[in-house]
Ligand binder design. Structure first.
Ligand SMILES: NC(=O)c1ccc[n+]([C@@H]2O[C@H](COP(=O)([O-])OP(=O)(O)OC[C@H]3O[C@@H](n4cnc5c(N)ncnc54)[C@H](OP(=O)(O)O)[C@@H]3O)[C@@H](O)[C@H]2O)c1
Length: 331
């Protein structure tokens, strides 16, 4: 049997991509084979198509860090043929052939049974972006964020995948005091429809006077952007508050100072969705499935393996809003 897969490869100094007809033997090893129904496009997937994107660990590679579908072969008795599953992170689409193919062969220790109440398509609307947003919210709740106080919560990169998912998940949990920090003023109505109560421009946060502390404007922050915006926000977090950081859309630098930590007791929490332990994932996915009514309001663009590459530019040049899913075996 042959099937379609989207490859990236290095040819000399150039990164190329092509759809190829391949067989199961061309996939990385694993104990389950999944007929892929949907994948998604995350920021990291965009980097996979960039020369020196820093994401692909070996070439040639089938990118796609997220996938879902039905098991067609299983050497693990816990997973049955026909069972619906999803997978995100680990080595998928990076060092292990990923979701941009009609079939995937994975380690069963990387997959999660599809939670009740979630369709396969829903699971990819959520994808790594939504899973990361859920982990960010959980980390802030562990740091003291509680809806009974209606804390003031800021989200950077608000129109992106993680940002929109964070707003929808917070709203679903009953948080009402949500500030969306976005450079896309035109997307204010969309962000308000998801649950943002205020819209702020990054320009109002980033100051070039290097003040170590500023007025305390936000109790908690979910940051997807890094750089000057994250540094600016650290100086504006209220006493006892916290900021989770998951992204580096504006770069990896974080030039900060010690005073917000030692005078206001704030916390800075790193989020990693890739190696998050599999045994803890189903609980997070079950919580996400309870929020689908809110998540379905996020603008979502559907592409195919043939049209996927055309969609990458919107993520590269930061004009993307919401989520992008890839429909694969849905004829
Ligand atoms: N740690 C993890 O496990 C994990 C998991 C998922 C994602 N991430 C990271 O999180 C970040 C966001 O991912 P995503 O999927 O949400 O990406 P996305 O959909 O492309 O959204 C990124 C958003 O960030 C803002 N942005 C982009 N470039 C910027 C720049 N140069 N300066 C300031 N803001 C910029 C834009 O929002 P506005 O126009 O609204 O400002 C953009 O929509 C990425 O860095 C990604 O690698 C990490």
């Amino acid at each position: 049997m042959t099937f379609k897969a989207l490859y990236v490869d290095m040819q000399g100094e150039n990164l190329i991509h092509a759809i190829k007809n391949i067989t199961i033997d061309d996939l990385s090893d694993g104990d389950v084979i999944i007929e892929v129904k949907y994948s998604s496009i995350n920021y990291k997937d965009m980097l996979a198509f960039k020369k020196k994107g820093g994401v692909i660990r070996k070439y040639p590679m089938i990118p796609g860090i997220d996938l879902c579908g039905e098991i067609v072969e299983s050497n693990n008795p816990s997973y049955n043929i026909g069972q619906k599953v999803l997978a995100t992170g680990f080595g998928i689409g990076v060092s292990h052939t990923g979701g941009y193919a009609q079939y995937a062969r994975l380690q069963s220790s990387w997959i999660t049974p599809l939670p009740n109440g979630l369709s396969l398509k829903d699971s990819m609307i959520v994808g790594t972006a939504g899973f990361t947003a859920a982990l960010s919210i959980e980390s802030l709740q562990q740091a003291g964020m509680n809806k009974s106080n209606q804390p003031k919560i800021a989200i950077t990169g608000a129109t992106g995948g993680v940002g929109t998912m964070a707003i929808a998940l917070l709203k679903a949990k009953g948080y009402d005091n949500i500030t969306a920090i976005t450079s896309k003023d035109s997307q204010s109505p969309m962000l308000k429809s998801l649950g943002a109560s205020d819209i702020v421009s990054p320009k109002d946060i980033i100051k070039d006077d290097n003040k170590p502390l500023r007025p305390q404007c936000f109790d908690y922050v979910i940051d997807c952007v890094g750089g000057e915006l994250a540094a600016g926000l650290l100086t504006q977090i209220s006493y006892g508050g916290a900021m989770s950081v998951c992204g580096n859309a504006s770069g990896i630098a974080l030039n900060t100072n010690i005073l917000p930590f030692i005078l206001r007791g704030i916390q800075l929490i790193g989020i990693d969705s890739v190696a998050y332990p599999n045994e803890k994932r189903l609980r997070i996915w079950n919580e996400i499935s309870n929020a689908m009514e809110f998540i379905r309001k996020i603008p979502t663009t559907e592409v195919t393996l043939d049209t996927l590459v055309d969609r990458l530019d919107s993520i590269k040049n930061s004009t993307n809003t919401g989520r992008n899913i890839v429909s694969i075996n849905n004829q």
